[in-house]
Design a protein. Sequence first.
Length: 228
Amino acid sequence: MPPLLDTLYLEEAQSKKLSLKALVRFQRLRRLYIERHHKDLELIGTLPNLQSLVLRSITVPSLSFLTSLSSLRVLNLKLGGTTKLDALSELQNLRELEMWQVRKLEDIRVVARMPQLETLMLQDLPNVTEVPSLASCSSLKTMFVRHLKSLADLSSIAEAPNLEHFALTGPTRCLPEVFKPFVNHQTLKDIWVGLGSVKRNRAVHDMFAGSGIELKPPAAFAEVERKN
């Protein structure tokens, strides 16, 4: 393959011991998707132009091998069991972070140390019981929360000073009253709510009546999610 490659998808293969050493040839790579391949994974850190990275079904003890990626703007952690996320705070140019079905992940406090984040997506993380205060996340504009069934409080999310779009859908311990901190939010433009109950959804709808914040149905969130 030509060394000028811009985008590369390495999906699951029969040989799970496939070495990733060949990646160093592609110094112009901007988008990379890797599924299950672990061997020599740390060589991702030698790709200076990488802007978007998806790690799927991969478990590593640390994400420190990513800290050299000064151009990285989008990171998706899908499946796998990587739970030590401290290194993410060193990715100064990261703008979008998605974490989906990361096994046994409980602690996501690192996001409070990522003031540059613009989009945060947390999906299907059953062990996450709380989101840290996002008061320091001054760049955060969009946040999607889906199927965090152990989450019961949203006040820390409402502390994001410049939040414009927020969605919460799927099974959750959240009751309608946890949305009260968002009603008078100074920058919030719209909110998606799907609490699995017509009665609860209606209660939230009534809460935002006259607030100037548009309340969108869960179906609208599903369309946004599909595009992402």
